[in-house]
Design a binder for this molecule. Structure first.
Ligand SMILES: CCCCC/C=C\C/C=C\C/C=C\C/C=C\CCCC(=O)SCCNC(=O)CCNC(=O)[C@H](O)C(C)(C)COP(=O)(O)OP(=O)(O)OC[C@H]1O[C@@H](n2cnc3c(N)ncnc32)[C@H](O)[C@@H]1OP(=O)(O)O
Length: 235
Protein backbone atom coordinates (compact mmCIF):
# COMPACT_ATOMS: atom_id res chain seq x y z
CA UNK A 1 0.00 0.00 0.00
CA UNK A 2 1.37 3.35 -0.95
CA UNK A 3 0.37 6.84 0.16
CA UNK A 4 -0.43 8.39 -3.20
CA UNK A 5 0.29 7.33 -6.75
CA UNK A 6 3.47 7.35 -8.77
CA UNK A 7 4.11 7.65 -12.48
CA UNK A 8 5.39 4.57 -14.25
CA UNK A 9 9.19 4.57 -14.10
CA UNK A 10 9.20 3.38 -17.71
CA UNK A 11 6.63 5.42 -19.65
CA UNK A 12 5.64 3.74 -22.91
CA UNK A 13 3.75 6.20 -25.11
CA UNK A 14 2.83 3.86 -27.99
CA UNK A 15 -0.30 1.87 -26.93
CA UNK A 16 0.79 -1.18 -28.96
CA UNK A 17 4.22 -1.13 -27.35
CA UNK A 18 2.63 -0.72 -23.91
CA UNK A 19 0.39 -3.75 -24.55
CA UNK A 20 3.37 -5.83 -25.68
CA UNK A 21 5.40 -4.65 -22.69
CA UNK A 22 2.63 -5.65 -20.25
CA UNK A 23 2.09 -8.98 -22.04
CA UNK A 24 5.77 -9.82 -21.55
CA UNK A 25 5.52 -8.99 -17.82
CA UNK A 26 2.43 -11.21 -17.58
CA UNK A 27 4.15 -14.04 -19.43
CA UNK A 28 7.15 -13.90 -17.09
CA UNK A 29 4.88 -14.05 -14.03
CA UNK A 30 2.91 -16.95 -15.56
CA UNK A 31 6.14 -18.87 -16.19
CA UNK A 32 7.39 -18.28 -12.64
CA UNK A 33 4.00 -19.24 -11.20
CA UNK A 34 4.32 -22.60 -12.96
CA UNK A 35 7.79 -22.88 -11.45
CA UNK A 36 6.34 -22.18 -7.98
CA UNK A 37 3.73 -24.90 -8.42
CA UNK A 38 6.29 -27.44 -9.65
CA UNK A 39 8.74 -26.48 -6.91
CA UNK A 40 6.10 -27.64 -4.45
CA UNK A 41 5.11 -30.78 -6.38
CA UNK A 42 8.35 -32.03 -7.96
CA UNK A 43 9.68 -35.49 -7.17
CA UNK A 44 12.78 -35.36 -9.40
CA UNK A 45 15.88 -36.66 -7.66
CA UNK A 46 18.13 -34.61 -5.41
CA UNK A 47 20.99 -33.91 -7.91
CA UNK A 48 18.42 -32.70 -10.45
CA UNK A 49 16.82 -30.41 -7.85
CA UNK A 50 20.28 -29.01 -7.01
CA UNK A 51 20.96 -28.38 -10.71
CA UNK A 52 17.64 -26.61 -11.16
CA UNK A 53 18.32 -24.42 -8.10
CA UNK A 54 21.61 -23.31 -9.70
CA UNK A 55 19.82 -22.44 -12.95
CA UNK A 56 17.06 -20.55 -11.16
CA UNK A 57 19.67 -18.48 -9.29
CA UNK A 58 21.28 -17.63 -12.63
CA UNK A 59 17.88 -16.47 -13.96
CA UNK A 60 17.35 -14.30 -10.86
CA UNK A 61 20.75 -12.71 -11.49
CA UNK A 62 19.62 -11.79 -15.04
CA UNK A 63 16.47 -10.10 -13.73
CA UNK A 64 18.39 -8.24 -11.04
CA UNK A 65 20.55 -6.60 -13.73
CA UNK A 66 17.87 -3.91 -13.76
CA UNK A 67 15.38 -3.97 -10.89
CA UNK A 68 13.56 -1.45 -8.80
CA UNK A 69 14.76 -1.06 -5.20
CA UNK A 70 11.36 -1.21 -3.51
CA UNK A 71 7.79 -2.29 -4.27
CA UNK A 72 5.85 -1.16 -7.34
CA UNK A 73 3.18 0.90 -5.56
CA UNK A 74 0.28 2.10 -7.67
CA UNK A 75 1.68 3.15 -11.03
CA UNK A 76 0.12 5.46 -13.58
CA UNK A 77 0.63 4.28 -17.15
CA UNK A 78 1.21 6.60 -20.09
CA UNK A 79 -2.36 5.86 -21.27
CA UNK A 80 -3.75 7.07 -17.94
CA UNK A 81 -4.58 3.77 -16.23
CA UNK A 82 -3.72 2.98 -12.65
CA UNK A 83 -2.05 -0.38 -12.32
CA UNK A 84 -1.19 -2.48 -9.29
CA UNK A 85 0.99 -5.09 -10.92
CA UNK A 86 2.68 -6.06 -7.66
CA UNK A 87 -0.58 -6.91 -5.86
CA UNK A 88 -0.34 -10.49 -4.48
CA UNK A 89 -3.91 -11.33 -5.52
CA UNK A 90 -4.49 -9.55 -8.84
CA UNK A 91 -1.04 -8.29 -9.81
CA UNK A 92 -0.16 -9.10 -13.41
CA UNK A 93 3.54 -9.04 -12.56
CA UNK A 94 3.31 -11.10 -9.37
CA UNK A 95 3.73 -14.89 -9.62
CA UNK A 96 2.39 -15.25 -6.07
CA UNK A 97 -0.99 -13.96 -7.31
CA UNK A 98 -3.30 -16.86 -8.34
CA UNK A 99 -4.11 -14.43 -10.20
CA UNK A 100 -7.64 -13.22 -9.61
CA UNK A 101 -9.65 -11.21 -12.10
CA UNK A 102 -12.23 -9.18 -10.21
CA UNK A 103 -14.93 -7.53 -12.29
CA UNK A 104 -17.84 -5.26 -11.61
CA UNK A 105 -21.00 -7.37 -12.01
CA UNK A 106 -23.64 -4.77 -11.18
CA UNK A 107 -24.16 -1.61 -9.20
CA UNK A 108 -22.07 -2.01 -6.04
CA UNK A 109 -21.23 -5.62 -6.91
CA UNK A 110 -18.10 -7.44 -7.98
CA UNK A 111 -17.05 -11.02 -8.63
CA UNK A 112 -13.82 -12.93 -9.08
CA UNK A 113 -13.99 -15.12 -12.18
CA UNK A 114 -13.35 -18.80 -11.45
CA UNK A 115 -9.63 -19.35 -10.87
CA UNK A 116 -7.48 -22.22 -9.63
CA UNK A 117 -5.74 -22.50 -6.26
CA UNK A 118 -3.25 -25.36 -6.51
CA UNK A 119 -0.66 -27.06 -4.32
CA UNK A 120 1.13 -23.79 -3.46
CA UNK A 121 -1.97 -22.64 -1.55
CA UNK A 122 -2.56 -25.78 0.54
CA UNK A 123 -3.42 -25.56 4.23
CA UNK A 124 -5.34 -28.56 5.54
CA UNK A 125 -4.45 -31.55 3.32
CA UNK A 126 -6.14 -31.14 -0.06
CA UNK A 127 -7.74 -27.87 0.96
CA UNK A 128 -7.07 -24.15 0.67
CA UNK A 129 -5.16 -22.41 3.49
CA UNK A 130 -7.46 -20.17 5.55
CA UNK A 131 -5.12 -17.20 5.30
CA UNK A 132 -5.09 -17.45 1.52
CA UNK A 133 -8.89 -17.44 1.58
CA UNK A 134 -8.78 -14.28 3.70
CA UNK A 135 -6.49 -12.64 1.14
CA UNK A 136 -8.76 -13.61 -1.73
CA UNK A 137 -11.85 -12.29 0.02
CA UNK A 138 -10.06 -9.11 1.13
CA UNK A 139 -9.35 -8.43 -2.53
CA UNK A 140 -12.84 -9.33 -3.81
CA UNK A 141 -14.64 -7.37 -1.09
CA UNK A 142 -12.12 -4.52 -1.29
CA UNK A 143 -12.84 -4.01 -4.97
CA UNK A 144 -16.46 -3.09 -4.23
CA UNK A 145 -15.74 0.22 -2.42
CA UNK A 146 -13.35 1.10 -5.25
CA UNK A 147 -16.03 0.58 -7.92
CA UNK A 148 -18.48 2.78 -6.03
CA UNK A 149 -15.86 5.52 -5.80
CA UNK A 150 -14.76 4.99 -2.18
CA UNK A 151 -11.52 2.96 -2.40
CA UNK A 152 -10.59 2.14 1.16
CA UNK A 153 -8.27 0.32 3.48
CA UNK A 154 -9.59 -2.78 5.22
CA UNK A 155 -10.55 -1.76 8.76
CA UNK A 156 -11.84 -5.24 9.60
CA UNK A 157 -12.56 -8.44 7.75
CA UNK A 158 -14.72 -11.04 9.48
CA UNK A 159 -14.77 -14.53 8.02
CA UNK A 160 -16.96 -17.51 8.72
CA UNK A 161 -15.45 -20.72 7.36
CA UNK A 162 -18.58 -22.82 6.76
CA UNK A 163 -16.84 -25.83 5.21
CA UNK A 164 -13.35 -26.71 3.98
CA UNK A 165 -12.52 -25.35 0.51
CA UNK A 166 -11.03 -28.06 -1.73
CA UNK A 167 -7.96 -27.06 -3.77
CA UNK A 168 -8.91 -26.49 -7.39
CA UNK A 169 -11.32 -24.07 -8.96
CA UNK A 170 -12.88 -21.40 -6.73
CA UNK A 171 -14.67 -18.11 -7.31
CA UNK A 172 -15.80 -15.16 -5.23
CA UNK A 173 -18.45 -12.46 -5.14
CA UNK A 174 -19.23 -9.38 -3.05
CA UNK A 175 -21.60 -6.45 -2.78
CA UNK A 176 -22.18 -3.25 -0.80
CA UNK A 177 -24.09 -3.93 2.40
CA UNK A 178 -24.10 -0.33 3.61
CA UNK A 179 -22.31 2.98 3.45
CA UNK A 180 -21.72 5.68 6.02
CA UNK A 181 -19.67 8.59 4.75
CA UNK A 182 -16.14 7.32 4.13
CA UNK A 183 -16.99 3.85 5.41
CA UNK A 184 -18.33 1.04 3.22
CA UNK A 185 -19.50 -2.27 4.62
CA UNK A 186 -19.28 -5.14 2.15
CA UNK A 187 -20.41 -8.76 2.30
CA UNK A 188 -19.22 -11.59 0.11
CA UNK A 189 -18.56 -15.28 -0.29
CA UNK A 190 -16.01 -17.76 -1.58
CA UNK A 191 -17.46 -20.61 -3.64
CA UNK A 192 -15.99 -24.01 -4.53
CA UNK A 193 -15.98 -25.66 -7.96
CA UNK A 194 -19.57 -26.90 -7.43
CA UNK A 195 -20.77 -23.38 -6.65
CA UNK A 196 -21.22 -24.15 -2.95
CA UNK A 197 -20.46 -21.31 -0.54
CA UNK A 198 -17.53 -22.37 1.65
CA UNK A 199 -16.70 -19.06 3.36
CA UNK A 200 -18.76 -15.96 4.16
CA UNK A 201 -17.19 -12.56 4.74
CA UNK A 202 -18.08 -9.12 5.99
CA UNK A 203 -15.60 -6.28 5.76
CA UNK A 204 -15.41 -2.60 6.58
CA UNK A 205 -13.42 -0.45 4.17
CA UNK A 206 -12.50 3.09 5.16
CA UNK A 207 -11.10 5.80 2.91
CA UNK A 208 -8.05 6.91 4.89
CA UNK A 209 -7.93 10.53 6.00
CA UNK A 210 -4.92 11.21 3.77
CA UNK A 211 -6.87 10.07 0.66
CA UNK A 212 -10.14 11.93 1.24
CA UNK A 213 -9.05 15.14 -0.42
CA UNK A 214 -8.74 13.26 -3.72
CA UNK A 215 -12.24 11.78 -3.60
CA UNK A 216 -14.69 14.65 -2.98
CA UNK A 217 -17.46 14.75 -0.39
CA UNK A 218 -19.07 11.44 0.56
CA UNK A 219 -22.80 11.13 0.10
CA UNK A 220 -25.35 8.96 1.94
CA UNK A 221 -26.05 5.38 0.99
CA UNK A 222 -24.97 3.17 -1.90
CA UNK A 223 -27.75 4.44 -4.16
CA UNK A 224 -26.18 7.90 -4.18
CA UNK A 225 -22.94 6.74 -5.77
CA UNK A 226 -22.46 6.82 -9.48
CA UNK A 227 -20.58 3.62 -10.29
CA UNK A 228 -18.03 3.90 -13.11
CA UNK A 229 -19.14 2.19 -16.34
CA UNK A 230 -16.39 -0.39 -16.17
CA UNK A 231 -13.84 -1.49 -13.60
CA UNK A 232 -11.40 -4.13 -14.83
CA UNK A 233 -8.64 -5.79 -12.84
CA UNK A 234 -6.35 -2.81 -13.41
CA UNK A 235 -8.94 -0.21 -12.38
C1 LIG B 1 -7.13 7.56 -3.68
C2 LIG B 1 -6.38 6.43 -3.04
C3 LIG B 1 -7.13 5.81 -1.89
C4 LIG B 1 -6.32 4.73 -1.26
C5 LIG B 1 -7.15 3.68 -0.67
C6 LIG B 1 -6.38 2.45 -0.45
C7 LIG B 1 -6.55 1.34 -1.20
C8 LIG B 1 -7.48 1.27 -2.34
C9 LIG B 1 -6.76 1.13 -3.63
C10 LIG B 1 -7.32 0.43 -4.65
C11 LIG B 1 -8.59 -0.28 -4.43
C12 LIG B 1 -8.76 -1.43 -5.34
C13 LIG B 1 -8.98 -2.66 -4.86
C14 LIG B 1 -8.92 -2.90 -3.42
C15 LIG B 1 -8.71 -4.32 -3.17
C16 LIG B 1 -8.34 -4.84 -2.01
C17 LIG B 1 -8.26 -4.07 -0.79
C18 LIG B 1 -7.15 -4.56 0.07
C19 LIG B 1 -6.96 -3.50 1.08
C20 LIG B 1 -5.95 -3.82 2.09
O1 LIG B 1 -5.42 -4.88 2.19
S1 LIG B 1 -5.58 -2.58 3.16
C21 LIG B 1 -4.36 -3.29 4.26
C22 LIG B 1 -4.91 -3.70 5.59
N1 LIG B 1 -5.53 -2.59 6.28
C23 LIG B 1 -4.82 -1.66 6.93
O2 LIG B 1 -3.61 -1.69 6.99
C24 LIG B 1 -5.63 -0.56 7.60
C25 LIG B 1 -4.88 0.04 8.77
N2 LIG B 1 -5.73 1.04 9.40
C26 LIG B 1 -5.78 2.30 8.93
O3 LIG B 1 -5.04 2.70 8.03
C27 LIG B 1 -6.80 3.19 9.56
O4 LIG B 1 -7.13 2.76 10.82
C28 LIG B 1 -8.09 3.37 8.72
C29 LIG B 1 -7.72 3.85 7.30
C30 LIG B 1 -8.87 2.03 8.62
C31 LIG B 1 -8.97 4.43 9.35
O5 LIG B 1 -8.13 5.45 9.81
P1 LIG B 1 -8.32 7.00 9.51
O6 LIG B 1 -7.34 7.76 10.35
O7 LIG B 1 -8.22 7.22 8.07
O8 LIG B 1 -9.75 7.36 9.98
P2 LIG B 1 -10.43 7.13 11.45
O9 LIG B 1 -9.55 6.38 12.40
O10 LIG B 1 -10.98 8.44 11.91
O11 LIG B 1 -11.64 6.16 11.07
C32 LIG B 1 -12.63 6.61 10.18
C33 LIG B 1 -13.94 6.00 10.59
O12 LIG B 1 -13.81 4.56 10.48
C34 LIG B 1 -14.10 3.94 11.76
N3 LIG B 1 -13.26 2.77 11.94
C35 LIG B 1 -11.93 2.68 11.70
N4 LIG B 1 -11.50 1.45 11.95
C36 LIG B 1 -12.58 0.74 12.34
C37 LIG B 1 -12.77 -0.62 12.75
N5 LIG B 1 -11.76 -1.48 12.75
N6 LIG B 1 -14.00 -1.00 13.06
C38 LIG B 1 -15.04 -0.14 13.04
N7 LIG B 1 -14.93 1.15 12.67
C39 LIG B 1 -13.71 1.57 12.34
C40 LIG B 1 -13.81 5.03 12.78
O13 LIG B 1 -14.52 4.78 13.98
C41 LIG B 1 -14.31 6.25 12.06
O14 LIG B 1 -15.73 6.27 12.10
P3 LIG B 1 -16.53 7.66 12.21
O15 LIG B 1 -16.06 8.51 11.04
O16 LIG B 1 -17.98 7.28 12.10
O17 LIG B 1 -16.15 8.24 13.51
Amino acid sequence: MTAGTYPSPEPVEDPEALRADEAAYRDLADAVRELLDLTVRTRVDQPERAAVATEVRALSARLSARAQDGPLGLETTSDGRLRDHGNPMVGMRNPVAPPLTVRQTGEGEAAADPFVLGAAYEGPPGHVHGGIIASVLDQVLGTVPAIVGRPGMTAYLNLTYRRPTPLGQVSGRARVAGTDGWKTTVTGELLDADGQVTVEAEGLFVVPRWARQYLGTPTGDAGDFEAPAEAGPDA
